[in-house]
Design a protein around this ligand. Structure first.
Ligand code: NAD
Ligand code: ZN
Length: 357
């Protein structure tokens, strides 16, 4: 048995208002004549957060278009543009949800690695460290702030750049930044965390490391979505830590059925990660019976619409595409269903599941 020796985030600061320390934190990493690049979710365009960015000298703000989840062509475009404009940069500061943070990680890597980001989709293909990178979540749930991957849709696959060079050098966890997130988005992204916990805790890869983080993250999700009557500042605090701990849990285990199936939806239909996971989780009684019951309770209590019928009218070829993407996520199935997963999750069974979504 070979144990995973995983690379973690370099520095972590947590607390309400900790965003104000950004200037001081990045100061030692500023190199002469090389700007810091603030890659910030386009939601913040024209908002007060922009005035709080510690802009100096040639620093540049780029508004990340997160209408679609990150694509390799967009990463290549951004890194190419920065190379043309500046040669090299001191660092990339990614501010936003999972999409903006993943973009920041990928652009950081592509500032120093040749070719296209699509060349690095996979495991441990990156050989050269990226530039200094900072992650600042404004939505809680994906765990992208702690993970060693950046999920990208490329010309042939939707797959992360998983490497020891992918994690952020620094993260700033300031729950105040999530205060204005719309309730629906907060739920969908929050459920990503809930589902990370369930898939980790109910998977065959589970160990005490993952369990410790997963149980805590699950409790925080329940505090927020099951027990709490009204959203408050403490909910933002809790969900931000749930996201972090949920990410730590899957770092040493794996996700499962909801993620594998949701990846197929994302690849074919562009369904976003959080909502896609919810659409799938709604139909997974067979695999996670208690959690699905609790999930449905949270959906009802928080008055959240979960789309249905999204695969209606798709062709057999389209179902095949989704099935291929999902089945390709072998470690996820092995974690969820054990070594003999291929006997349990046949293509026919998976098709029947997709047809119900
Ligand atoms: P997101 O980043 O795609 O953002 C969703 C929407 O919320 C966008 O419209 C965005 O503009 C808006 N938004 C962000 N912050 C806001 C705020 N404070 N107030 C109001 N609106 C705000 O959503 P997400 O669920 O955080 O991230 C999903 C992405 O994360 C996917 O691309 C997925 O592949 C990726 N992901 C990555 C990992 C990883 O480990 N790297 C893990 C899970 C998911
Ligand atoms: Zn996820």
């Amino acid at each position: 048995m070979k144990f995973r020796n995983f690379k973690m985030v370099g520095y972590v600061v947590y607390g309400r208002g900790s965003f104000n320390q950004l200037d001081e934190i990045i100061a030692p990493y500023r190199q002469k004549d090389k700007p810091m690049i603030f890659l910030i979710d386009h939601f913040f365009l024209g908002g007060p957060l922009i005035d709080r960015l510690p802009i100096r000298g040639k620093d540049k703000i780029i508004f990340a278009d997160v209408t679609y989840e990150p694509k390799t062509i967009y990463v290549d475009f951004l890194s190419q543009q920065l190379k043309e404009d500046f040669g090299s940069v001191s660092g990339i500061i990614g501010i936003g949800g999972g999409s903006a943070m993943d973009l920041a990680k990928a652009v950081s890597l592509m500032m120093n690695n040749p070719g296209s980001s699509a060349d690095y989709q996979g495991w441990d293909l990156v050989k050269i460290p990226g530039v200094y990178k900072v992650g600042i979540p404004t939505l809680s749930g994906t765990g992208a702030e702690v993970s060693r991957t950046t999920v990208l849709t490329g010309p042939t696959k939707k797959l992360g750049i998983n490497s020891d060079f992918t994690p952020f050098d620094q993260i700033i966890l300031d729950p105040e930044l999530t205060a204005d997130a719309p309730a629906l988005q907060r739920f969908y992204t929050g459920m990503d965390c809930y589902i990370h916990c369930i898939e980790s805790l109910e998977g065959t890869y589970l160990n005490e490391f993952s369990k410790s983080y997963g149980e805590k993250a699950l409790q925080l999700c329940r505090d927020v979505f099951v027990k709490k009557e009204n959203w408050g500042a403490d909910s933002d605090d809790k969900l931000m830590m749930a996201s972090y701990a949920g990410g730590m849990s899957i770092a040493y285990s794996q996700v499962g059925v909801a993620h594998a199936v949701s990846y197929g939806l994302g690849y074919l239909l562009g369904t976003k990660h959080g909502i896609g996971n919810c659409i799938v989780m709604n139909h997974l009684e067979e695999y996670y019976p208690l959690a699905v019951k609790e999930f449905k309770y949270m959906v009802e209590k928080n008055n959240i619409p979960i789309p249905a019928g999204i695969t209606k009218g798709l062709s057999n070829a389209q179902f095949d595409t989704m099935i291929n993407v999902a089945i390709g996520m072998r470690p996820l199935w092995e974690n969820a269903l054990g070594k003999d997963w291929e006997k349990i999750m046949t293509r026919e069974k998976l098709k029947a599941l997709y047809e119900r979504l």
